[in-house]
Design a binder for this molecule. Structure first.
Ligand code: IFM
Length: 464
């Protein structure tokens, strides 16, 4: 992905139900959540602690000391939540399986009550006509594995493959579409690079082995899923971003910074999966293709085994410049756009056309090596309240951008919005609300927002 000149957003198509049916027949309409963000029941039915259970107890780690101990209490409200999904008309629901709920210490003893929960969820979804789409790792590594080095340790990849086999054996008779990893870039950088997410390690570039071990874990899990689930459809959900330069910073050093950022955020994860090789990491002081022994013979064959789809999580482009202090460690500085984009409650710029740009660039970069794409996350945090026209505008604008990418020839098969429910937004606790459904965290009460109704009508219109 090369850095692009910036363009203003097209006016978002904001009127509810206003989008013409521009998506192909059979296009999948979904919503996403993740285990630690919604389930609660942190110690229920034999669940072991995850790195997030530990991290939230570190003073200052999460805004106002919020924890996921109860979250949306989805563990006890599964039926109510599936009823909401049915009302919405979802074709698919993306959730994540909590590894320590299934294997309390990450390996060895399986907790049957943990598997029972996901078994019930899968049956409830199928009963409602909704395709279950589990993600096996959405950041809640069993603490026992972190104590042995976590994703810095190659052994964790093998434990992930074994865990995938356990889940596949139980759910594989009913679940076809699987996502192995969620946003391995964010987990590496926030969790191990900067320490702002669990496990809270601030290793900067020494976190790079976390990328390789997650990807190796993906490859081993994918092999286990293929062995256990005939006809399995396997994806990875990568967080991808178009990389942009400000108009006032487009010199050679800025362009090099943009290339370097693109390598770290996008290509480090997409290239090995789709091309079976890593990009050149010289900008990160890792010119040795084996990364000093981290990448072993045969690993890239395991990682690069064909995928059935690429999951793309898109939120916004990233602006970079040359580093003000090149000796500070990273070959780029993050920058602010010069345009006055609308902002989400999180402060993220709203740039729908970035999604078209991202998808068309992925298609031109990877050509035939790009499998069909599913947008596995897209959505925004908005202020509390049921009248969320800004969320509707966000979704409409991004769906319009997605339709443009499809019209330009990108093979996109489905769209999962983030998120069904307000939930625990990691270091921000409950301060950022991403849900189509408002959750009262004191009582657990769920109330659909205007955007819920808008998405329901949109799905119904496309189903014809
Ligand atoms: O809430 C997160 C999710 O867990 C991963 N992708 C981005 C979302 C919003 O920050």
């Amino acid at each position: 992905m090369t850095a692009r000149s910036t363009r203003p957003s097209p006016a978002p198509n904001a009127a509810p139900g206003d989008l013409p049916p521009r998506f192909p027949a059979g296009f999948l309409w979904g919503a996403s959540t993740a285990a630690y963000q919604i389930e609660g029941a942190a110690e229920k039915d034999g669940k072991g602690p995850s790195v997030w259970d530990t991290f939230v107890r570190r003073p200052g780690a999460v805004r106002d000391g919020h924890t996921g101990d109860v979250a949306c209490d989805h563990y006890h409200r599964l039926d109510e939540d599936v009823a909401l999904m049915r009302r919405l008309g979802l074709g698919a629901y993306r959730f994540s399986v909590s590894w320590p709920r299934v294997l309390p210490t990450g390996a060895g003893r399986v907790e049957p009550r943990g598997l029972d929960f996901y078994d019930r969820l899968v049956d409830a979804l199928l009963g409602a006509g909704i395709e279950p789409t589990p993600t096996l790792f959405h950041w809640d590594l069993p603490q026992a594995l972190e104590d042995r080095g976590g994703w810095l340790d190659r052994e964790t990849a093998y434990r992930f493959g074994e865990y995938a086999a356990v889940v596949a054996e139980r759910l594989g008779d009913r679940v076809r579409r699987w996502i192995t990893l969620n946003e391995p870039f964010v987990h590496m950088s926030f969790g191990y690079g900067f320490g702002v997410h669990a496990p809270g390690r601030a290793l900067l570039l020494d976190a790079l082995p976390v990328a390789h071990h997650q990807l190796l874990g993906h490859g081993l899990a994918a092999a286990a899923l293929r062995a256990a689930v005939p006809g399995a459809q396997l994806l990875v959900a990568n967080n991808c971003t178009p990389v942009r330069l400000r108009a006032d910073a487009r010199g050679a050093a800025d362009r090099a910074a943009a290339e370097a950022y693109d390598v770290l955020h996008n290509r480090l994860f997409n290239d090995p999966l789709l091309l079976g090789r890593y990009p050149d990491l010289s900008a990160y002081g890792t010119p040795d293709p084996a990364w000093g022994g981290v990448v072993r013979e045969g690993d890239l064959d395991v990682i690069g085994a064909p995928l059935d789809g690429l999951g793309v999580n898109y939120y916004n482009p990233t602006w970079v410049t040359a580093p003000a202090d090149p000796s500070a460690g990273l070959p780029f500085d993050l920058a602010e756009p010069e345009e006055a984009y609308a902002r989400t409650a999180f402060g993220w710029p709203v740039v729908p056309e970035g999604l078209t740009e991202l998808l068309t660039e992925l298609a031109s970069r990877y050509g035939n090596a790009l499998p069909p794409v599913w947008i596995t996350e897209n959505g925004c945090s908005q202020p509390a309240g049921l009248r969320d026209g800004a969320r509707i505008a966000y979704l409409a604008g991004h769906l319009d951008a997605l339709a443009r990418a499809i019209a330009a020839g990108v093979d996109v098969r489905g769209y999962f919005t983030w998120s069904l429910l307000d939930n625990f937004e990691w270091a921000e606790g409950y301060h950022q609300r991403f849900g189509l459904v408002e959750v009262d965290f004191a009582t657990g009460a769920r109330t659909p927002r205007e955007s819920f109704d808008w998405y329901r009508k949109l799905i119904a219109a496309h189903r014809g």
